[in-house]
Design a protein. Structure first.
Length: 221
């Protein structure tokens, strides 16, 4: 199987591998059989393998132009990725009762929500910006489908997680989320600590350095 057949097979596998385990009954059964730790470890490995397969399949699909390869679009990832790195690290650096990430040790304070004042979903917003930036820079049909899928998942995930949290938390949702937003232009309060900025710059430099050897394509215009 080659070309579009391989890409469609990888795409279908990717969608099914995320949709089926997301069903509460299936997820509960798998955790009951495998145990929580083994389930999450296995699911993570399978997700990474399928994601790698999908990326390779998209790169090898027949080229069908959807977005013209304008030179200006090559600059978009270079300008957006520093923001992506900063958002991801800012989201990981704090406690986040609303979304993914949140590995920080300080308890969440509704009066000082940090990056959550700008977005309750910094990891998902980083994913969406990464996907949209790379969609513009890789305008073939397979890459538009691939990156559009990631951007759509991220945007839909924000809405679904907010709806679930509002339902599960009840009146507590209003108290906890009163100074946060799904997406806004409000500045974080407080701003992330200096190490987050330095780590974001370092992560961006590493991604630039490894992009050609790992992806096979220079990120520079």
């Amino acid at each position: 199987m080659t070309g579009w057949g391989l890409f469609l097979a990888a795409l279908a596998t990717f969608l099914l591998s995320h949709m089926i385990p997301a069903r509460p009954a299936v997820r509960g059964w798998l955790i009951g059989v495998m145990g929580k730790r083994v389930y999450f470890a296995t699911y993570s490995v399978i997700s990474l393998v399928v994601l790698g397969w999908l990326i390779i399949a998209a790169a090898n699909a027949p080229y069908v132009e959807v977005i013209p390869p304008l030179p200006i679009f090559r600059w978009v990832p270079l300008l957006v990725m520093p923001v992506v790195c900063w958002l991801a690290l800012a989201g990981l650096s704090i406690q986040n009762p609303f979304s993914f990430g949140g590995l920080g040790h300080t308890a969440f304070d509704p009066d000082r929500p940090g990056i959550l004042r700008t977005t309750r979903h910094p990891i998902l917003l980083a994913l969406m910006l990464w996907a949209l930036a790379h969609l513009l820079a890789n305008g073939s049909l397979s890459h538009v489908v691939l990156f559009g899928l990631f951007a759509g998942f991220a945007a839909m995930g924000m809405a679904l997680i907010d709806r679930r949290n509002a339902r599960n938390l009840g009146s507590e949702w209003i108290r906890l989320s009163r100074n946060t937003a799904r997406l806004s232009l409000r500045a974080p309060h407080p701003w992330p600590r200096p190490w987050v900025w330095l780590a974001a710059i370092a992560a961006y430099a590493v991604l630039l350095h490894l992009h050609t050897s790992v992806i096979g394509l220079s990120p520079l215009p």
